[in-house]
Design a protein. Structure first.
Length: 290
């Protein structure tokens, strides 16, 4: 029934996240369990992304059921990935027109731009969701009602948990959902800030640490993902290997946290560690050539 056996891992992570929710709801708050739960909540956003590109099941009914399962854990209807990600981000890849561009307000890459990006990006993506729903309503009523029912299911889930125990709902439902959505937008920022949006192979930052990619379903191979968006997440290391020599070495990082520490803690104090803004470097060269 699965398209790729690797998605057994996907189902395990979905099941573990669900289990952690029920355990905490019944046992109460334990910080070590909650930290694990926040991590698994973040993986749900990656799963939502992967399932949107290459659905898990060969059977459409099972895919719809999985959409709802992911929606409840994710805290946002899974259909929104189609207008905001597939039809927009993958079309423009951080160029003007991309709702998720990293330089909307500033070309700087610092703590302020990093932490404000999710709210700014999330706000600007809403127009594409509204337009997508209008298009579905006019041209594909079945898909429109499937999308609306995802909103309904999510609203009922949050509403019921709030009714049962609003404090638990805030801690074990709303906060993990918002943390996960915030984090996945942070990932998008880091993967594209200071890259060259006009380049086929230098439009994304990559993280090749085996641990990072195990924990995040090979999400570190981001250039490969944009190069071949239809490739299943389990095959991205192979795709990356085929194009690695075409990617600027500065855009191939080892681990995620290595990059975070270097960029946001070390570089502000020691300028030699500051990354080059490849976008501005290209624009300067173009200006000088003109």
């Amino acid at each position: 029934m699965l398209k790729f056996k690797a998605d057994i891992k996907t189902l395990i992570f979905l099941a573990l996240t669900t289990t952690l929710f029920f355990l905490q709801w019944n046992w109460g708050f334990h910080w070590w369990l909650y930290v694990a739960y926040l991590y698994f909540s973040v993986t749900i956003t990656v799963i939502a992304h992967n399932h949107n590109h290459v659905s898990i099941w060969k059977n459409s009914f099972l895919n719809h059921v999985t959409d709802y399962w992911i929606t409840l854990l994710y805290g946002f209807p899974t259909f929104v990935w189609t207008p905001t990600h597939n039809k927009n981000h993958h079309k423009f890849i951080n160029k003007e027109g991309d709702y998720t561009i990293t330089y909307r307000l500033t070309e700087k890459n610092n703590w302020l731009s990093l932490l404000t990006y999710p709210s700014i990006s999330g706000y600007n993506q809403q127009a594409s969701v509204r337009n997508h729903l209008k298009d579905l309503k006019a041209n594909d009523r079945k898909a429109f009602f499937i999308a609306i029912f995802q909103y309904v299911a999510l609203g009922l889930f949050i509403g019921i948990t709030m009714w049962l125990n609003w404090r638990k709902s805030l801690v074990f439902v709303v906060l993990p959902q918002q943390f996960a959505v915030f984090t996945v937008l942070i990932f998008n920022y880091i993967q594209h800030v200071y890259t060259d949006e006009e380049s086929e192979f230098n439009n994304s930052r990559n993280f090749i640490s085996p641990l990072t990619n195990f924990m995040l379903f090979n999400n570190g191979y981001h250039t490969a993902h944009h190069y071949r968006a239809s490739v299943h997440w389990s095959l991205l290391p192979e795709t990356h290997a085929k194009i690695a020599d075409k990617i600027d070495s500065s855009l191939i990082e080892k681990g995620f946290w290595n990059y975070m520490i270097k960029t946001y803690f070390v570089a502000p104090l020691f300028p030699k560690y500051r990354a080059v803004n490849m976008r501005m470097l290209r624009k300067t060269k173009e200006s000088n050539a003109a």
